[in-house]
Design a binder for this molecule. Structure first.
Ligand SMILES: *Cc1c(COP(=O)(O)O)cnc(C)c1O
Length: 379
């Protein structure tokens, strides 16, 4: 794939934004306001109340929609708020949802502990290996796909899943948080809806929690927009402004994340204490649908849980923390942290071994990052 990178960077800086008509302010102001004056009853300028619409949010929605190549975009208070609205707007009790088997833990929790109790049926499939024809039955209402996945960075063929969804009339939603539209554009590959936790790479500075959905179909958009307003899980103007600022450098950051990740990947592969490295880089399907592979790397450290615990405590530049996608490098051990709630036998069966380490490679100097990992291996 060959995305027009220059066009992307131009959109990231300008889409949805123009100098403020009243003052000429070059940057979109933070419209810290709940309500809007009307000339007479119903005589408003497109804004009545900020749950429904807010000008700072409008700018971010238009910018992110442009980056995904979408007609419509909607921002939410978190990635999970976006997920919740999509499911509740598009799925009814007794509908069947097929979901990837290692989606983000919070997505699984929302499906299994909340929406299932309202009568929605969920089934799970490993789309990185399963044939879509057998894993997506004809009565499927919606398919939820995450690629690459977390923490094993498994890749699924979006085009193949989309073709099966079209054949049975199911809606395909792709969580594009890990790849970002800079490296992967699911709508162009046949998905109906793209969602993001903008908390991660889109904002990129680990200072905002937010979510986003992009789509082309007007009827689906109308349903999501209705519930965005009816339920009200919208982000505040300060948060959308910070995200609007953060996303301007998305392309620049992703290039550096990737550059650093490639160097660290090569270094880890040559390290005697590393059993196996996980990254979309080697995956042939990834090469047909992604134009780059981003900054996430996982690897199996030789040794037990205790060795993993000591390793992640010994890094100094890599901060021990959950989450990902910020300019700063983070390290975590899924068996003890993000995936600790999964019962050990089930976790190992899913391929998440005790010595698994996940890196979110930041944009620092890569020699400094490698030196930090090196001293942690020796510790
Ligand atoms: C973090 C994350 C989410 C949830 O987003 P929040 O903003 O934390 O609600 C969903 N999907 C993926 C892949 C994530 O990494």
């Amino acid at each position: 794939m060959n995305h027009d990178k220059h066009g992307f960077d131009t959109l990231a800086v300008h889409a949805g934004q123009s100098p403020d008509p009243t003052t000429g302010a070059v940057m979109t102001p933070i419209y810290q306001v709940s309500t809007y004056a009307q000339d007479g009853v119903g005589g408003h300028k497109g804004y009545e109340y900020s749950r429904t619409d807010n000008p700072t949010r409008t700018a971010l929605q238009a910018c992110l929609a442009a980056l995904e190549g979408a007609n419509y975009g909607l921002c939410f208070a978190s990635g999970l708020a976006a997920t919740d609205v999509i499911l509740r707007a598009l799925v009814r009790p007794d509908d069947l949802v097929i979901c990837g088997d290692d989606v983000y833990g919070g997505t699984y929790r929302l499906f299994d502990k909340v929406l299932r109790l309202w009568g929605v049926s969920f089934r799970y499939a490993d789309f990185s290996t399963a044939d879509p024809a057998t894993s997506i039955p004809a009565n499927t209402k919606l398919v939820w796909l995450e690629t690459p996945t977390n923490p094993l960075l498994k890749v699924s063929d979006i085009r193949a899943v989309a073709a099966r969804c079209k054949a049975v009339g199911a809606i395909l939603v792709v969580d594009n948080t890990f790849a970002t539209p800079y490296f992967q554009r699911p709508l162009e590959l046949g998905a109906d809806v793209v969602i993001h936790s903008t908390t991660k790479y889109i904002n990129g500075h680990s200072d905002v929690v937010g979510g986003f959905a992009a789509l082309n179909d007007e009827a689906l958009y109308t349903k999501l927009k209705f519930l965005q307003n009816a339920a009200g899980a919208v982000p505040g103007p300060q948060d959308v402004w910070l995200t609007l600022r953060g996303v301007k450098t998305l392309g620049v950051r992703m290039d550096r994340h990737q550059h650093n990740a490639e160097r660290i990947l090569a270094w880890l592969r040559a390290h005697p204490d590393v059993e196996r490295v996980y990254h979309p880089f080697d995956n042939p399907v990834a090469r047909t649908q992604m134009s780059g592979f981003g900054g996430m790397i996982s690897f199996d450290l030789r040794g037990d849980l205790d060795r993993a615990r000591r390793f992640v405590a010994a890094t100094k530049l890599f901060t021990l923390a959950e989450s990902l996608g910020g300019v700063e490098s983070l390290i975590e051990t899924p068996a003890l942290m993000t995936h600790a709630s999964i019962e050990p036998a089930k976790r190992r069966e899913a391929g998440i071994l005790d010595g698994l380490i996940r890196l979110s490679v930041g944009i620092e100097n890569v020699d400094d990052l490698i030196a930090d990992l090196d001293q942690a291996f020796r510790a």
